[in-house]
Design a protein around this ligand. Structure first.
Ligand code: ARG
Length: 354
């Protein structure tokens, strides 16, 4: 099983990089004999790096895959202590943020021993109170876990959660991300001056930390990775979903729309203004972001490049289409095969009971 996965990966990588048959055969032999002798094998740093990039290229739900080769891979497979993990996570945040010129980064931790509890390294807390939910409803379960571990709630709408991780099944530890490392963008609208009254903001870098990376049969349960945001993730989901910050009703009202009639399309109008505010504010703050039309064009380029290389493009349509005006992009009018190629990222069990 492992030897089979390993062989497949080594073959793909060494072929794509035009390595000689001799080099490939030698590596395949080495991997097979290591697995035979020890039950496993170690990826070289180059294999880890290329494998992580392939995992991005194979991510069927990602519209941003044109840039897969630009991924920065930090090899933290040898960290052992809590201090080392913390330091690695903080450098990930700083390097990726890069004062707003966001760089795609993945930090790969040991195959065993490190588990990160957060869904994203930076995310806002959610509190269930008698007056309703404060903050991000999606974070309520994790926020409760943090509170059990002694983290103090602040009951704000945008409290950055601590980072929680576990080493070797020991008690989890947590730490607050130093505020100076957390770049955030205050939202304003290019023409609606009242928009700032809403006091909305969002963080610069989405760093998914809950997924497992798999390369050549080797699994890395802790491998946080990030790109930059596509505006609709924030404007058409995080702030718009009824089960998230649910901002459309108040925006519609402030716009003076008839929010009593669905057919007035007030939700749609509010959505457009909110999304314009997101793109405008990130741009103004010098924080990388992409609109969904440009992202779709970039994805088209990716499709063409993959085709030129004789690789069948895979994708998961319901996630690839942007959540607003989907039919204005070519993606909507096409179908994609949702075949899961490896290397890839996979969902894994939460580390705490939901
Ligand atoms: N949709 C998630 C969020 O709004 C982020 C997922 C990753 N997104 C990205 N652009 N790399 O926080």
């Amino acid at each position: 099983m492992l030897v089979h996965e390993a062989e497949q990966f080594i073959t793909i990588m060494y072929d794509e990089l035009n390595r000689s048959d001799e080099e490939k055969a030698q590596r395949l032999e080495e991997v097979a004999s290591d697995i035979k002798a020890t039950g496993t094998y170690e990826l070289t740093e180059e294999e880890l790096t290329y494998g992580a990039k392939l995992a991005w290229r194979n991510s069927n739900r990602c519209i941003g895959r044109l840039f897969w080769q630009s991924l920065h891979v930090f090899d933290h497979r040898h960290v052992r202590t809590r201090g080392e993990v913390k330091e690695a996570l903080l450098s990930h945040i700083a390097f990726a943020t890069n004062e707003g010129r966001i760089r795609p980064v993945i930090s790969v931790f040991p195959e065993q021993g490190v588990r990160i509890w957060n869904h994203q390294l930076i995310r806002y807390a959610g509190y269930e109170t008698t007056d309703g939910v404060i903050g991000d409803p999606d974070s309520i379960a994790f926020t409760n876990e943090c509170r059990k571990l002694g983290w103090e709630p602040r009951f704000g709408a945008f409290d950055v959660l601590p980072i929680v991780f576990q080493i070797d099944g020991e008690e989890p530890t947590w730490f607050d991300v130093p505020p100076e490392l957390v770049v955030e963008v205050d939202l304003e609208h290019p023409t609606f001056s009242w928009f700032t009254d809403l006091a909305l903001k969002w963080y610069a870098v989405p760093i998914i930390s809950s997924m497992k990376l798999e390369i050549g049969g080797i699994e890395f349960p802790a491998a946080p990775f990030n790109g930059w945001y596509m505006g609709t993730e924030i404007g058409a989901r995080n702030f718009a979903d009824e089960a998230r910050y649910n901002m459309l009703p108040v925006i519609g009202e402030r716009m003076g729309l008839d929010v009593t009639k669905l057919a007035s399309l007030w939700r749609d109008r509010a959505l457009v203004e909110l999304n314009e505010a997101v793109l405008y504010s990130y741009k103004k703050a010098g924080v990388s972001i992409v609109d969904h039309h440009t992202a779709a064009q970039q994805f088209k380029k990716f499709e063409e490049i993959e085709q030129d290389h004789g690789r069948e493009i895979t994708g998961y349509w319901p996630w690839l289409i942007p959540p607003m005006s989907p039919a204005t992009t070519h993606i909507f009018h096409q179908s994609y095969k949702d075949e899961v190629k490896k290397p890839n990222f996979f969902y894994q069990e939460e580390h705490y009971q939901k």
